[in-house]
Design a binder for this molecule. Structure first.
Ligand code: FMN
Length: 195
């Protein structure tokens, strides 16, 4: 394995804006590879508390309709233009993945909820990395819809499940995204020897 290029990939990976992604995005075969890499994550107790739904245009349109309805219901004074903007969000990219965490409460004593949710977050990040490695663009988003009971219900999830991410995938935008400010390494990393 070329470890150098793996680290270079991690050191240069950048999300693209979902709205800038282009067609066709990953093929079904590419997507399968991405998702196999996605679910190869640390998972304390082998609970496998995550599920992934693949939404292409038909699923995206159904989701978009409920997003618009829920937005209008919650924001009765919103303009048609604002509702339209929300409607369009799930349609932004060729593929929309919904990554959910379905924690097992019977295991909370040893494997608390937060650990099960962290494993779902690892799935999201692995998906972004594999997507980048295969030359596609990805963006991990949530927004209000990820926390809205109507959206969770529409997607068929119980109230104790949560949406860890909407991950948008597509072919790379025409122009590569500009680098964004990155953290100050020394502000984050320090040695600790107990003194
Ligand atoms: C859990 C999670 C949720 C996010 N939700 C949003 C969002 O709703 N809207 C947004 O603009 N960015 C959101 N982001 C940030 C985007 O993923 C953003 O594109 C990313 O931080 C860019 O950094 P990168 O180039 O290092 O990937 C979210 C990030 C995470 C980890």
């Amino acid at each position: 394995m070329d470890t150098q290029s793996t680290v270079n990939l991690l050191l240069t990976r950048r999300s693209a804006l979902a709205a800038n992604m282009r067609k066709p995005g990953p093929s079904d075969e590419d997507l399968r590879r991405i998702l196999r890499a996605g679910i190869r994550v640390p998972d304390h107790g082998r609970i496998e508390p995550w599920r992934i739904q693949i939404l292409k245009k038909p699923g995206q349109k159904r989701l978009a309709a409920t997003v618009a309805e829920a937005f209008r219901a919650d924001n009765p004074t919103a303009s048609d233009k604002q509702v339209e903007l929300e409607y369009k969000k799930p349609l932004r990219a060729p593929v929309l993945l919904v990554v959910t965490c379905h924690p097992d409460p019977n295991r909370f004593e040893k494997i608390p909820l937060i650990e099960q949710q962290r494993s779902a977050a690892a799935v999201c990040q692995n998906i972004l990395i594999a997507t980048t490695a295969l030359g596609f663009a990805g963006q991990w988003l949530t927004g209000w819809a990820a926390y809205h009971p109507r959206i969770r219900e529409l997607l068929g999830h119980s109230p104790d499940a949560d949406i860890a991410g909407f991950i948008y995938l597509g072919s790379k935008p025409k122009d590569p995204p500009k680098e964004r400010a990155r953290p100050d390494f020394d502000a984050i990393v320090s040695g600790w020897d107990g003194e």
